[in-house]
Design a protein around this ligand. Structure first.
Ligand SMILES: [Zn+2]
Length: 285
């Protein structure tokens, strides 16, 4: 029997403040649970503006997705002209609401933007500090340690896997691979986002494309962003949820998928980096 996992990433202050409450409302309407992967620390989104100059593919994406419309003009200035506000740490009540509603809650980032833009240039000590700050903030908000990690922008390297191994997560969701696998060096289960994001597809046919992929059978994970499905694509997201429920396919958090998987049947391998269609930088697959 197939299943759809909802991996809901919160990347920005705006996404936490506006997107998460709207998604909580949507999931309540459908009586569904998902997994929220939270960015805990500073919102340096404004640094993305600097990327415009450096990366033409990024500019194309910003134009196509109307990123300023998606995230709001203030978000575009955080960390540059405006100070970077804390993301989840600014909203303990919203974190509490996610938990009270029965959703799974996990760790996505300390500083999402810097990881996304600067990971290869940073030393391993920076990566370790990033995890330690993020997990301390997560514990402060939830009273628990996270049992899973989803890397920002599906960007990882061998140093990241070494840190992940030390945290002994129950699973990670750091790639866009087609099927679950076990990370060779970290010996940890990977539950990938195998479906595309709405913002990677032409806006009109996103619901159809994703529904067709889910219909084909198996276990799938949809990458959802609080800024997108909790913002201008909220109606499309609702249409997709309705389609999947109409097909008789269960929808739930990633931990439920983890519990369904037979670990002995899962391949052990190393991730690769690949430029997927609709994205401006390489993702692990
Ligand atoms: Zn993210």
């Amino acid at each position: 029997m197939g299943m759809l996992g909802l991996k809901i990433d919160v990347d920005t202050y705006w996404g936490m403040k506006e997107g998460v409450p709207r998604l909580l409302q949507t999931l309540k309407e459908f009586n569904l649970k998902g997994t929220f992967f939270l960015s805990i620390g500073p919102d340096n989104s404004g640094r993305a503006v600097l990327q415009l100059i450096k990366n033409p593919l990024f500019l194309k994406k910003m134009m196509r997705t109307n990123a300023v419309g998606l995230y709001g003009i203030r978000t575009a200035l955080y960390g540059t002209l405006l100070p970077a506000p804390m993301i989840a740490l600014s909203f303990p009540d919203i974190v509490e609401n996610i938990i009270t509603a029965g959703h799974e809650i996990q760790f996505h980032a300390w500083d999402h933007r810097r990881w996304q833009d600067e990971l290869p240039e940073k030393p391993e000590s920076w990566i370790r500090q990033w995890f330690s700050d993020g997990i301390a903030g997560f514990e402060k908000l939830t009273g628990k340690k996270p049992t899973a990690f989803g890397a920002p922008s599906w960007r990882i390297d061998d140093r990241v896997l070494a840190v992940i191994r030390d945290y002994k997560f129950a699973y990670v969701s750091c790639t866009r691979a087609k099927a679950p696998f076990i990370h060779e060096t970290a010996s940890v289960l990977e539950i990938p986002s195998d479906l595309p994001c709405f913002e990677e597809l032409a806006a009109g046919n996103g619901v159809t494309v994703i529904t067709d992929r889910i219909k084909a059978s198996g276990i799938h994970v949809l990458p959802v962003h609080a800024e997108v499905e909790g913002g201008i694509f909220n109606d499309m997201f609702k249409n997709l949820l309705q389609n999947v429920l109409d097909l008789g396919i269960a929808i739930g958090p990633l931990m439920e998928i983890k519990n369904k998987l037979m670990l002995k049947d899962i391949a052990v391998r190393k991730y690769k980096m690949e430029l997927l269609s609709g994205r401006h930088s390489e993702c692990a697959v």
